[in-house]
Design a protein around this ligand. Structure first.
Ligand code: ADP
Ligand code: MG
Length: 336
């Protein structure tokens, strides 16, 4: 009888990313994978969340406000953030009464006020118990690293708004560092490049699409791609063909900020853990890790092994799944 009731209740894992939110539902798998965006009409009426809201970014009339509540790794707009979290949990399609635990991955830099806001949203969505886990911890578990053991592992999670860097062992973060430089800044660098070098005005969504489709940091096998925008002088639409060889230069400053942050974090490491990082290297996760050649680029600068798993975008969500499935084993790694 008891096991029947146990099976009736469902646990939900949420990767609340600055760019994308992924929701895992026990027994069902991943049910939501949407941009962390919400669109509002006046009087706080929700017009769209996720992909539909993202498609409105930069394109709506003044009556609609499109917000990325977590864009910089902090909840910039609490009302919008709470509404978005509730909407995504609703999309999971589990009746409120049947939700047991909700486990949410949050950036390491969130304040206690922000944590409380996240917890409250999940409670309002129906959760009996709400737990938080730091995103690099969840990412490490998702990658398959033994976070409970004595060996230290370094995770560098490159998302949209933030890069989270952490060295993990014995179920905790030995050192961690969050910088507000990640995929969004790469898009902005591309917008600046188009403006200054090509005399072309392009939007950030266009820049992101180009980055995801064509960006490579490898220094061979170059191809060409087309950038379409508005000519700054003439004010008319124009297209320019560019070689993929430009990305190393265009992204250099942003990538230097990320590698410097990794070096600073390594510098804070207790010396006895140096051997672990030399042996195991650095694991890149998050959507930013999908950029072709990024692992080699960082390896060349830091001179340590660098790897990125193929499921880089899902590591945090996968971590929440593993924690929920093995709750007793992992309960000490949670923030609350
Ligand atoms: P967050 O955890 O902050 O929500 P994600 O881990 O979902 O972020 O990663 C989103 C970022 O990854 C975005 O900046 C997106 O442009 C970038 N991204 C996704 N796919 C690729 C790709 N193939 N190449 C380069 N960047 C990518
Ligand atoms: Mg993330």
């Amino acid at each position: 009888m008891l096991s029947f009731f146990k099976r009736l209740f469902v646990d939900i894992g949420v990767d609340l990313g600055t760019a994308n939110t992924v929701v895992y539902v026990g027994h069902k798998g991943y049910v939501v994978n949407e941009p962390s965006v919400i669109a509002y009409k006046k009087q706080n009426q929700i017009v769209a969340v996720g992909r539909d809201a993202r498609d409105m970014l930069g394109k709506t009339h003044p009556g609609i406000t499109v917000i990325r509540p977590l864009a910089d790794g902090v909840i910039a707009d609490f009302v919008a953030g709470e509404e978005m979290i509730k909407a995504f949990i609703r999309q999971a399609g589990i009746p409120r009464m049947l939700i047991n635990r909700i486990l949410i991955g949050v950036p390491t830099g969130v304040t206690s006020v922000e944590k409380r806001a996240v917890i409250e949203s999940a409670q309002l969505a129906g959760a009996r118990k709400v737990h938080l886990i730091s995103e690099p911890m969840a990412a490490a578990i998702g990658v398959g690293v033994n976070v409970l053991g004595s060996h230290a592992n370094m995770i560098v999670d490159i998302g949209g708004g933030t890069t989270d860097i952490a060295v993990i062992n014995y179920g905790g973060l030995v050192v961690d560092n969050t910088i507000r430089v990640a995929g969004d800044e790469l898009n902005e660098a591309l917008v600046r490049y188009a403006k200054h070098e090509l005399n072309l005005r392009i939007g950030e969504s266009t820049a992101e699409r180009i980055k995801m489709e064509y960006a490579t940091l490898k220094d061979n096998e170059h191809t060409h791609f087309v950038i379409k925008g508005i000519d700054i002088q003439e004010g008319i639409p124009r297209q320019v063909e560019v070689s993929t060889a430009v990305f190393c230069d265009v992204f250099q400053d942003v990538l230097t900020s990320i590698t410097n942050a990794i070096i600073q974090t390594l510098d804070k490491l207790p010396p006895d853990l140096a051997g672990d990082v030399i042996d195991r290297g650095i694991i890149l996760t998050g959507g930013g890790a999908l950029m072709e050649g990024l692992d080699g680029y960082i390896r060349n600068i830091i001179n340590l092994p660098v790897s990125s798993p193929s499921n880089a975008l899902f590591c945090v969500a996968e971590g929440t799944r593993k924690v929920l499935d093995n709750f007793e084993m992992y309960k000490n790694v949670l923030l609350t």
